[in-house]
Design a protein around this ligand. Sequence first.
Ligand code: HPA
Length: 275
Amino acid sequence: MDTYLQQILETKGVLSKMIGDKAPKVGIVLGSGLGKLADKIEAEMVVPYAKIPNFVRSTAIGHKGNLIFGRLAGKWVCAMQGRFHYYEGYSMRTVTFPIRVMAALGVETLFVSNAAGGLNPGFYVGDLMVIRDHINLLPNPLIGPNLDAFGERFPDMTAPYDQELIAKVGEIAEEAGIRLCKGVYLGNTGPSYETPAEVRFYRAIGADAVGMSTVPEVLVARQCGMRVFGMSVITNVSNTDNDSPVLNDGQDVIVAADAAADKMSLLFSKLIESL
Ligand code: HPA
């Protein structure tokens, strides 16, 4: 058996034993500064990544590194409080390993969140953007021998983000009076932020927000047949001008994400309730 598949099954086995019959149907990936949503989960179990076989450490700022099992909005969920990034030096298989484990545990719907830079000139710091599509400028995590047990060699990506959930979140946001943007997320490697020339390029090819994550997890989740919902918190607006006095800074990103976390938590909870 492929060693990667063996590792997935080993990790799944260990976690299954811990959670017994409380198998999650919903998976959540909490990005930079968004770990606060975890406080809304009635946790049955909080497992540090260091205690999970075959999990690596999350070294990124604003990422706590816990896998939380519990109930949110009446559903059994499994939430990653912090994710793994390619820029940390991990392979794409390592970055997406937890998503494979979630699939093996029986997760059917994946909610992904991230902090992102606003490219669309109509976006402001603190805005929430529903991801309606993406552009991938990271290596594809599906490269390599295909794990047939999980899905196809050439998975379709016509609608990576679930259209029904996108429509539903629009109604929920309107009812709650939350301003909601919609757009295309561009995932690149980081860890350096974009130059103004790159910002203009990304805008020109149709991106509305830019970040360093999410797309790998979505590609794997879709290959595994999960429904996916994604949301970006706009934590900074990207510079198009080399003379800009405002510079991008990792700490500012965490502060802005934290400020928007309550709005995002509400939308995620209501969506999960509606499943
Ligand atoms: N660029 C890339 N990643 C990001 C940004 C950005 O401006 N903000 C938060 N994550």
